[in-house]
Design a binder for this molecule. Structure first.
Ligand SMILES: Nc1ncnc2c1ncn2[C@@H]1O[C@H](COP(=O)(O)OP(=O)(O)OP(=O)(O)O)[C@@H](O)[C@H]1O
Length: 549
């Protein structure tokens, strides 16, 4: 366009040729319309591609997170994983959009304008080159400053998210212990830390544009000044000077656009590193860790019948822990039999139970199904035969039906009602909406006992070969827990039922009771034999005032 403008001035206005003015003016109009259409299309396509990339990236982060072991997930921390899957992906999305919409076109614009300005005359080239060098060096420095700051900023967003999460989930405790002021201060500190780094980045970012503008202004003054001298000497025409000024402006616009992209790029590169860190984490518990290519149950000799599950000299140590949570545990869970694992706080019950569905793998020893090491099995194959209830029952946002169908996706309503009845979850019948009654986040609109009954119904729906139940009755009264245990046994006569608990009442009728203390099995027997032979068990029973029946 500046070249066409130069022709209008030099060949049209100066030569008094109105025909050239109209003709070249027409070309300018066409160029402007094409320019508009191309940039609209480029913006649309860039937005489309960037959004699709972000969607795929979120899926891949989620897929990786789903495969992380508990220890790996807690190394990142839930708030950080959330930020990485959302805010960090958005930063990369913005960069991709900016790159496609601006950063690809800007260099063409820059080089094209530089070449076209040279065609107009070489004499002003040094001005353009000097301005270009100053701007490139300035931008390089700017990006170097911003990348570490952007990394710090994402970390501080993680911290703020963690504080908010803790405060929201612990709201009642905070109120009950009058900790509002302390918590407010904690929030303020995290918020101020984030503000400080954001402000620092903002200052650098705001400094960049004025720098570009000042360099642009000086370059423009230099072009006009030198140009005037060159015209005076007859080395240049007025139109050539106008065109060179126009191209200089285009170069500076391109540089300004690149400077905006540089700001986005520094944040995005910090975010990309955080996303890559998650994606590159080798999942420690997933299908890929099956030691055999064919990790199916059939390939390993486990048929339709409930298997004999054995813990064979199993030890487990959490990463960084001084002592093992489980130490040389050997125990068998037989089909058609109920096993109780009882022990005090932190004795290792949850750790032991998590081994069965391969939520964790033993540090040494093996978990065997019909003699075959489950490390050879695909975790999904093992889990498909198990119903697991973790301590602190989890429900998800949805309805009662959607929560129950996690246990069995194709269960019809009759099956759901039957499972609810077996789990003594009669309250669902009185609830508005019945099976379609709403479940809010974490099942907070249900009491602890109701949540446990729903979890038991979900576990029952699957009719698994093994029930692995971690403290499943802690919020139920003893009569109800007995009724539910009997109902599970009657509904699934061939299954193996394993119950981890601190309550003697939950397991006293079990065929086998293992007493665990500090990660070791200290006694195995029945209620009666343990009352006679195990001090730990007797003490637990005495403390809970359970009669020797
Ligand atoms: N994710 C973890 N990281 C590190 N150590 C852990 C982790 N989970 C449990 N432990 C430790 O392992 C030991 C056994 O814990 P576990 O949760 O298995 O006990 P538990 O018998 O189920 O306790 P409770 O009845 O109180 O739930 C404890 O010393 C505990 O501190």
């Amino acid at each position: 366009q500046p070249a066409l403008n130069a022709r209008i001035i030099d060949d049209g206005i100066m030569a008094g040729d109105t025909g050239t003015i109209y003709r070249v003016g027409g070309y300018m109009l066409i160029v402007a319309v094409v320019n508009l259409a191309v940039s609209l299309a480029a913006t649309y396509l860039s937005a489309h591609i960037a959004s699709e990339m972000a969607r795929d990236l979120r899926i891949s982060v989620r897929d990786r997170v789903a495969l992380l072991s508990d220890a790996q997930a807690s190394r990142f921390g839930v708030p950080s994983l959330l930020t990485r899957a959302t805010g960090d992906v958005s930063n990369v999305q913005v960069l991709l959009f900016a790159t496609l919409a601006i950063a690809i076109t800007a260099p063409f614009m820059l080089v094209g304008a530089a070449i076209l300005s040279l065609i107009q005359g070489w004499r002003l080239a040094p001005v353009i080159v000097v301005a270009g060098i100053i701007l490139s060096v300035g931008m390089g420095l700017f990006v170097r400053q911003l990348i570490p700051a952007a990394t710090l900023m994402q970390k501080r967003i993680d911290t703020l998210n963690r504080v908010i999460r803790e405060q929201l989930s612990g709201q009642r405790v905070i109120r009950a212990f009058s900790r509002e002021r302390t918590e407010l201060r904690r929030y303020d500190d995290a918020n101020t830390d984030l503000f400080t780094v954001a402000l620092w980045m903002g200052r650098w970012q705001t400094a960049l544009l004025p720098t570009v503008t000042v360099v642009a202004g000086l370059a423009s003054v230099a072009v006009s000044g030198f140009g005037a001298v060159f015209i005076d000497h007859g080395w240049m025409k007025i139109g050539q000077l106008t065109a060179t000024s126009g191209y200089l402006m285009q170069i500076l616009v391109a540089v300004s656009m690149l400077s905006v992209v540089a700001g986005v790029a520094s944040r995005a590169s910090a975010s990309a590193a955080r996303i890559i860190e998650v994606r590159d984490t080798e999942a420690s518990i997933d299908g890929a860790t099956s030691r055999r290519d064919d990790g199916s149950l059939a390939a390993l000799g486990v048929t339709d019948r409930a298997p004999l599950v054995e813990l064979d000299g199993v030890s487990f140590r959490y990463a960084g822990a001084e002592s093992p949570a489980l130490d040389s545990v050997s125990l068998a869970f037989r089909p058609q039999s109920t096993t109780g694992i009882i022990g005090g706080t932190a004795s290792g019950k949850s750790t032991l139970l998590a081994l069965v569905p391969r939520l964790i793998d033993p540090t040494s020893g093996a978990v065997r199904w019909n003699g075959a090491d489950t490390a050879d099995f695909a975790p999904a194959a093992v889990r498909s035969r198990i119903s697991y209830i973790s301590a602190g029952t989890s429900l998800i946002t949805g309805t009662i039906a959607t929560n129950l169908r996690i246990g069995k996706a194709d269960a019809d309503d009759d099956e759901l009602w039957q499972a609810l009845d077996l789990a003594a979850a009669n309250f669902v019948r009185e609830r508005d909406g019945g099976l379609d009654a709403e479940v809010t986040q974490g099942g907070r609109n249900f009491s602890g006992g109701q949540r446990q009954r729903l979890a038991l119904a979900r576990a029952l729906l699957r009719r698994p070969d093994i029930f692995v139940l971690d403290e499943p009755f802690s919020a139920l009264d003893t009569d109800t827990e007995q009724a539910v245990v009997s109902a599970i046994r009657a509904a699934c006569p061939t299954s193996s039922i394993v119950i981890g608990t601190q309550r003697v009442s939950s397991i006293r009728r079990a065929d086998q009771i293992a007493v665990i203390d500090a990660g070791r099995i200290v006694a195995v027997g029945t209620h009666q034999s343990l009352l006679a032979g195990s001090t730990v068990y007797r003490e637990l029973a005495d403390a809970q005032a359970v009669a020797g029946v």
